[in-house]
Design a protein around this ligand. Structure first.
Ligand code: MRU
Length: 357
């Protein structure tokens, strides 16, 4: 399996996505940490299915996978229909767009590919592949920049808490919130050598327990797992100074949609006078959405949550399984993007940040 030469592993070992001539290899995150298995996708519909079933997840990684999915669609449409390829690719893009609703990076990447398709004529595959690889590389570069900016904003710290998985597995590489933690570690910004990175379990899908701990271990970064319900007590004990999270969509007023439980962490951080940092590339900002209440929140099947015992037709027990929540902008101490840090995000500061984008 070949990797794009420029997409090297200089600072982190793990890659969720690898392009090769055969197609897109996706690391199946449902199987981690027990098994490391890449599945080859040769069709856009397979990429859509991999996103829907969370073989690949995390807002930026979903966007990158979808961009490569468009390349696969173009390859098929060009092969089957020649010069008529554009008439057929729209349905494939629609299929990718319906894979998951909340992370705006998916629609951002598809729009970028669709705008390029508008101006392409003859054999489109090479040009679209170049664009997908650019999206992938730009994401890693943005993460490295945000890592440095976030670490600079935090300075010296004893302990931090992160939620869900926002690392190499959730992005093109390096990570958003986890990228800031990598940068803090590289710069020796921790006040002691003991374990100071705390990761929430992130129920019900266990992104923290299964994915964050695993990818940090690949890079020899020690981390301590806590139950989601232990977070407020951790704060009360004075063990952390910052909560650092990623985002799936940020509204124009700075409200943030992120993994369910993020809002509770922000409320608790405010109660304990701690910093609450959101780290996300500008591709996660939805400038057309005035406020967080308008962000579509995905609800997944209750079987992800409900114990087997209750999954009988005569059972009265049900589950409600929203997988994201909205953190109001007023609870955010710093929003870190690749274009700079906004201390207290609001409509004016976000508008200024997005000027010329
Ligand atoms: O349901 P998931 O695992 O796709 O949710 C992922 C998150 O909520 C992440 O925090 C977010 O995508 C930011 S990842 C850089």
């Amino acid at each position: 399996m070949h990797d794009t030469p420029a997409i090297q592993h200089q600072h982190d070992q793990v890659r969720a996505l690898r392009w090769s001539e055969e197609g897109l290899y996706i690391l199946d995150q449902r199987l981690l940490p027990e098994a490391i298995q890449y599945h080859l996708c040769t069709q856009a519909s397979q990429v859509a299915e991999a996103i829907r079933t969370m073989q690949v997840r995390g807002a930026p990684a979903i966007g990158i996978a979808a961009a490569y999915g468009v390349v696969l669609a173009a390859r098929q449409c060009w092969q089957d229909h020649g010069n008529q390829w554009k008439q057929f690719i729209k349905t494939e893009i629609e299929c990718l767009a319906h894979s998951r609703p909340t992370a705006v990076n998916l629609f951002w990447a598809l729009n970028r590919m669709a705008e390029l398709i508008e101006v392409l004529e003859e054999d489109p595959v090479a040009r679209l592949l170049k664009e997908a690889k650019a999206i992938h590389l730009e994401d890693i570069a943005a993460n490295r920049k945000m890592g440095a900016l976030g670490a600079q904003t935090i300075g010296t710290v004893q302990g931090v808490l992160t939620h869900c998985n926002t690392g190499s597995l959730a992005t093109g590489g390096y990570g958003t919130a986890l990228g800031v933690i990598r940068s803090l570690k590289q710069q020796g910004n921790f006040t002691q050598d003991e374990i100071q990175v705390y990761a929430t379990e992130t129920r019900p899908w266990l992104q923290g327990a299964r994915l964050t701990l695993w990818e940090l271990e690949q890079d020899r970064i020690p981390a301590t797992l806590i139950a989601d319900s232990a977070a407020a007590f951790l704060m009360q004990q004075g063990r952390i100074q910052w909560v650092i999270v990623g985002a799936d969509r940020i509204a124009a007023n700075g409200d943030v949609a992120n993994k369910i439980g993020t809002y509770s962490l922000a409320v608790s951080a405010r109660q304990h006078g701690l910093g609450f940092m959101v780290v996300a590339p500008t591709s996660t900002i939805d400038r057309n959405l005035p406020q967080g209440g308008l962000i579509p929140i995905e609800e997944r099947e209750d079987k992800e949550l409900l114990p087997e015992y209750y999954r009988r037709s005569d059972s009265l027990a049900k589950a409600w399984n929203p997988v994201f929540d909205i953190t109001p902008a007023e609870l955010i101490t710093a929003l870190v993007t690749e274009r700079g840090v906004i201390p207290k995000p609001d409509p004016a500061s976000l508008k200024k940040l997005l000027q010329d984008v």
